[in-house]
Design a protein around this ligand. Structure first.
Ligand code: PLP
Length: 388
């Protein structure tokens, strides 16, 4: 019966909540739904990581509050991970902040760096949490269209002068959710140049940093010369190690931004459960064979889905990274009409592209988040609709 705050009312509608509700209705009614709509990894966390958690949970030191900004051993592990994977040197004391998952960092950063009315450059289509962070900071968005003809990269030339001048922050994300596009080093170099020229802080969301196909390992934003001077990268263990439920991520890069996140977090929480921090460090430092297997698995699933859909006549292209395929809907349907139709007539759940922004209209996002047999079955069910 209480009136909620203006701040709460200003938040964008949580699009995925209504998607899940709709799918659940079908499941409750007894339908065998193939749910490719959400971005929830379907595989368990590797055993060696769980074993470290089990052992560490018995250590009474972890039953107390952990240090506010996280254990130094985890920050050191993050720095070693970046040096090993990307050849980027990181000062673990000044250039790493531990996060409750990538989402926390993405939502907190605008509040750390912006004042009401400031402009943020946000990709469209893009991950909706960027909008939440901007709204919580009372800032304004200028959307950068990601178009197929530009390989789903933003074109900085298209940004009006006035926005370049006013913008304080920019979100980018490769491998990209929802388009499955990847970026190369030269794009990140251009990004650093642009950010330098206009005094903009770059936030590169590297949630799918491990998942690149055809042997092409995704490039880190921090590999670009000067990247650390103008931005940070947000890494998460959610997708790389199937640890979405564990809530572990970290921000890495510009020391003044890192200090700002830590300062805000000092007011919001004490750090992660210490045993989770030990297991996270093990994930980053121990054998990465599980990651190679994961990437192979997603690539096989991608091939099954895309080849299957092409065979039934749907004109689709394969993603280069992430675990999403971004598919153009047939003529005559909006994204929502088409996804409703797939759910209703084939019990295949996908995410309508317009949920990711205006430029997502005309697409659906399909998660590679079930096994090959189920993906094949999804293709067969779609084939029966005889639409292509
Ligand atoms: N960024 C992107 C693009 C994502 O798709 C996700 C999760 O789906 C996240 C960030 C957040 O991941 P987490 O909060 O689990 O680290």
């Amino acid at each position: 019966q209480f009136e909620t705050s203006k701040l709460l009312k200003s938040l964008p509608k949580q699009f995925f909540a209504s998607l899940v509700k709709n799918v659940n209705r079908y499941i409750m009614d007894g339908y065998d739904v193939i749910n490719l709509g959400q971005g929830n990894p379907d595989q368990p966390t590797p055993d060696h990581i769980i074993r470290v958690l089990q052992e560490a949970a018995k250590n009474p030191i972890h039953h107390k509050y952990s240090p506010f900004r996280g254990f130094p051993f985890l920050k050191e592990a993050c720095a070693k991970f970046y040096e090993r994977e990307y050849g980027v040197k990181i000062d673990h004391e000044k250039e790493v902040a531990i996060l409750f998952g990538g989402k926390a960092g993405l939502v907190e950063l605008p509040q750390c760096l912006l004042n009401a009315g400031d402009i943020v450059l946000v990709p469209d289509p893009g991950y909706p949490d960027y909008w939440s962070g901007v709204a919580l900071a009372g800032a304004e968005m200028y959307t950068m269209p990601l178009k197929a003809e530009n390989s789903f990269l933003p074109d900085f030339e298209e940004i009006p002068k006035e926005m370049e001048e006013k913008a304080k922050l920019m979100f980018i994300n490769y491998p990209n959710n929802p388009t499955g596009a990847t970026a190369n080093l030269s794009f990140f170099e251009k990004t650093v140049d642009f950010a330098n020229k206009h005094n903009i802080c770059v936030i590169h969301d590297f949630a799918y940093g491990a998942i690149g196909f055809e042997g092409k390992k995704p490039v880190s934003y921090l590999e670009a010369v000067g990247a650390k001077e103008v931005g940070v990268e947000i890494y998460t263990l959610s997708k790389t190690y199937n640890m979405a439920g564990w809530r572990v991520g970290f921000a890495v890069g510009n020391p003044s931004v890192i200090e700002a996140i830590e300062l805000l977090q000092d007011h919001l929480y004490v750090s992660l459960f210490g045993a989770v921090q030990e297991a996270a460090a093990a994930a980053l430092l121990e054998s990465q064979q599980c990651v190679e297997q994961l990437v192979d698995m997603y690539e096989s699933r991608r091939n099954v889905l895309i080849k299957g859909l092409q065979k039934i006549g749907w004109d689709v292209t394969a993603p280069h990274g992430s675990f999403f395929a971004w598919l153009k809907v047939p003529e005559g349907y909006t994204s929502e009409q088409f996804s409703d139709l797939l759910l209703e007539k084939a019990q295949v759940a996908v995410a309508p592209g317009n949920g990711f922004g205006k430029y997502g209209e005309g697409y659906v996002r399909v998660g590679l988040l079930t096994n090959e047999e189920r993906l094949q079955e999804a293709v067969q069910r779609i084939a029966k609709l005889s639409m292509f």
